[in-house]
Design a protein around this ligand. Structure first.
Ligand code: 13P
Ligand code: SF4
Length: 352
C-alpha cells in the first residue's frame, strides 16, 4: 500500500516507444480536396462502406464521416457503431487498436484503415509476452485492460474498458471485492483507483500526448482565466487531473462544453477535439491546456502523431485498393471478443 492508497505500480520495465515525427502537411488546393472528398463519397456507396472516425482525427475526416452517414465518436461509441451499422465494410479513421476492436466485433465485415502504422503509445507500452507473464504471476487479480491495447492483450484480459466506462466497471468490480491488475495507462488507472478505493496494480504505460500537459503552466493559465472551466482527459498526469472541473472521455468533455454555463474552457486533451467542440458550441472560447512549463520536452503539440497519419488521400487509397485491411486471426478474435462484449453488455445495463 502506497501513501495509504491501495495502488502499486507494476515492477516491469516497459519498452521505449519510438515517437514518429509529425507528418508534414501539404495543404492541397481546395479543388483537389473537393475532388478527393467526392471520390471517397462515391466509393463509400459503391463498396457498401461506412466511415467511423475518432474525435482526434483531422476535422476534414470527421466532417466527411458525418456527411456520409458514418460517425465521429469516442472509442467506446466507435466500437458500438460498427456493430450496429449494416455496411459490409467499416473504414476506421483512428489508431490501430480501434480498427482491431471493430474487426474483433465484426469478424464477417471487412475493416479498412487509412494507415496501418497508426499505433498508440499505450498499445506499444504493453507487449503481450511481458503482460501475460505479469498476469500469470498475479492469478488472484481480475485483469482489466484499456481498449488502447492489442488484440492479444485483450484476449488475456477479463475486462476491456474505454475511458468512458472505466469508472463504473471498476466500481462494479470493487463492489464484488475483486483486486485489479490494470493496464496499460497508469494515469487513468490511478484516477479510477482514487475514486473507488479498490486495490489495484497499475501497469506503467502512458499516453505520450496527455503526459505532456504541465500542471504548473496550467495553474498560471487558470490565474489568467479565472472564469474558465478546466476539462481534462484522464490519461493526463495526476497534478493536471487535480485541477480539473470535469474529467472524462472525449465525449464527456465535448458534452461539458455544450452544457456548462462557462464562456471559456481550458482543454487538456488532443487538439483534434476542438473541431467537434466548435461545431456544437460556436460561441464558446476554447483554450488548449499548456504543454510548456517546467519539465516540458516539447515532444508534443497536443496532437497525436499517429492520429495525424489519417489523411483524406490515404482514406481514398484504402477504399480504392483495399490496402490497410485489418486482419485478426479468428481464434484470437473469439477470445478477445469476450472481454469487449462484457464491456458493451455492461454499458447497456448503465443506459437502462
Ligand atoms: P476516448 O475513448 O476518450 O475517445 O479516448 C481514446 C484515446 O485514445 C484518448 O487518447
Ligand atoms: Fe494513444 Fe495517446 Fe494517441 Fe490516444 S492520444 S491514440 S492514447 S497515443
Amino acid at each position: 500500500m502506497k501513501n495509504g492508497l491501495r495502488e502499486t505500480l507494476a515492477d516491469v520495465s516497459i519498452p521505449l516507444v519510438k515517437i514518429p515525427a509529425h507528418p508534414v502537411r501539404l495543404e492541397l488546393p481546395e479543388s483537389e480536396k473537393k475532388a478527393l472528398r467526392e471520390r471517397v463519397k462515391s466509393m463509400l456507396q459503391e463498396k457498401n462502406a461506412v466511415l467511423v472516425a475518432h474525435y482526434y482525427t483531422d476535422g476534414e475526416l470527421q466532417d466527411l464521416a458525418e456527411e456520409t452517414g458514418g460517425c465521429v465518436a469516442d472509442s467506446l461509441e466507435m466500437a458500438r457503431f460498427g456493430t450496429e451499422h449494416p455496411a459490409q465494410t467499416l473504414v476506421v479513421a483512428g489508431v490501430r487498436f480501434m480498427g482491431e476492436t471493430s474487426k474483433i466485433l465484426n469478424n464477417e465485415k471487412r475493416v479498412l484503415m487509412p494507415d496501418l502504422a497508426a499505433t498508440c503509445s499505450l498499445d506499444e507500452n504493453c507487449p503481450i509476452d511481458l503482460f501475460a507473464e505479469y498476469c500469470d504471476r498475479h492469478p488472484d487479480h481480475t485483469v482489466v485492460v484499456y481498449a488502447n491495447t492489442s488484440a492479444e492483450v485483450k484476449a488475456r484480459a477479463d475486462w476491456v474498458v474505454t475511458s468512458g466506462i472505466a469508472l463504473p466497471v471498476i466500481k462494479h468490480l470493487a463492489e464484488r471485492g475483486e483486486k485489479i491488475l490494470w493496464g496499460p495507462d497508469r494515469h487513468l488507472g490511478r484516477y479510477v483507483q482514487r475514486l473507488t478505493g479498490v486495490e489495484m496494480i497499475l501497469w506503467p504505460g502512458s499516453c505520450i500526448v496527455h503526459e505532456e500537459f504541465k500542471a504548473d503552466a496550467l495553474a498560471r493559465l487558470r490565474e489568467l482565466h479565472p472564469q474558465a472551466a478546466v476539462l481534462v482527459h484522464p490519461e493526463s498526469p495526476q497534478d493536471v487531473v487535480d485541477q480539473a472541473d470535469v474529467v472524462g472521455s472525449t465525449t464527456a468533455l465535448i458534452q461539458a462544453v455544450q452544457q456548462l454555463p462557462n464562456k471559456e474552457f481550458i482543454v487538456a486533451t488532443d487538439a483534434g477535439i476542438f473541431n467537434k467542440m466548435k461545431q456544437l458550441a460556436p460561441d464558446k472560447i476554447l483554450l488548449g491546456a499548456p504543454i510548456g512549463g517546467e519539465g516540458a520536452t516539447c515532444e508534443s503539440c497536443a496532437r497525436c502523431p499517429w492520429m495525424e497519419m489519417n489523411t483524406l488521400a490515404k482514406l481514398a487509397q484504402a477504399l480504392e485498393t483495399g490496402a490497410g485491411e485489418i486482419l485478426v486471426a479468428p481464434e484470437l478474435a473469439t477470445r478477445a471478443r469476450i472481454p469487449i462484449q462484457r464491456m458493451l453488455d455492461f454499458a447497456k445495463t448503465l443506459k437502462k
